[in-house]
Ligand binder design. Structure first.
Ligand code: SF4
Length: 93
């Protein structure tokens, strides 16, 4: 007798073993735009922004926004060639 799956398969891998889709997207941006100024990070770029809901999510305006983890961004990532300095300093809060 065969069993019918009533629930979809769940990806049981812990989060740190799952592919980092957003990092893949970041690497594509680096490949397209090249590396930015030495020592600069995304947090200092005017395209980097945060979305606040119940939590805070960081995004890059040039990478798009899927409203999901595929476009999460990191403040400490090395800047790409499209880096433009922020007019106001980045604050962590
Ligand atoms: S440097 Fe700016 S444009 Fe480039 S990936 Fe970071 S936030 Fe996006």
């Amino acid at each position: 007798m065969t069993q019918i799956a009533l629930l979809p398969e769940i990806d049981a891998k812990p989060p740190h073993e799952r592919p980092k889709k957003n990092y893949k997207l970041y690497r594509q941006l680096i490949r397209i735009y090249g590396s930015g100024p030495e020592g600069e990070v995304c947090a200092h770029c005017k395209h980097f922004y945060r979305k606040r809901y119940a939590n805070t999510y960081f995004k890059c305006a040039l990478a798009g926004d899927t409203n999901g983890p595929g476009t999460y961004w990191r403040a400490r990532w090395r800047a790409c060639g499209h880096f433009e300095p922020r007019e106001e300093p980045w604050t962590a809060a």
